[in-house]
Design a protein around this ligand. Structure first.
Ligand SMILES: [Zn+2]
Length: 134
């Protein structure tokens, strides 16, 4: 459900909730409020679900606009985000005692970006082997 549609439905539900208090009889008030609350919970349920949360969070919608503001502030959860949260393990330190073939300066191949095209010695700028024979 688009945020625009949610906004419209929340406005309708909130107006209906307020209008229900204008009901003449207690039954009018109760039915109006029940209908408005059911609508708000349904919208909230779909909205929370769309953001990757359990639909039960949509119950916040029953309190009207404030509940939806809270839902709106929820960060969007998705498969992509969940993967990003998983901390990446640091690469194991190895070949720490590798030496530059040009100037024999020690270097650590794991200090360099894995996706770098080539790595260079910090001392003499010579290209360094990625996996030097130790
Ligand atoms: Zn060097």
């Amino acid at each position: 459900m688009s945020e625009t549609k949610v906004t419209v439905l929340v406005a309708v539900g909130t107006l209906l909730q307020m209008a229900s208090f204008q009901g003449v009889t207690l039954q009018d008030k109760f039915l109006g409020l029940a209908a408005a609350t059911a609508l708000l919970i349904w919208v909230g349920w779909r909205y929370a679900g769309g953001k990757g949360y359990h639909g039960a969070w949509g119950l916040l919608g029953s309190i009207g606009i404030i509940g939806f503001v809270i839902l709106y502030l929820f960060p969007k959860k998705g498969r992509l985000n969940r993967e990003a949260v998983v901390p990446t393990k640091p690469a194991p330190a190895r070949n720490i005692h590798a030496k530059c073939p040009q100037c024999s300066a020690p270097y650590n191949p794991t200090d360099y970006q894995v996706d770098a095209q080539a790595i260079y010695c910090s001392e003499c700028k010579a290209e360094l082997p990625r996996t030097p024979a130790s």
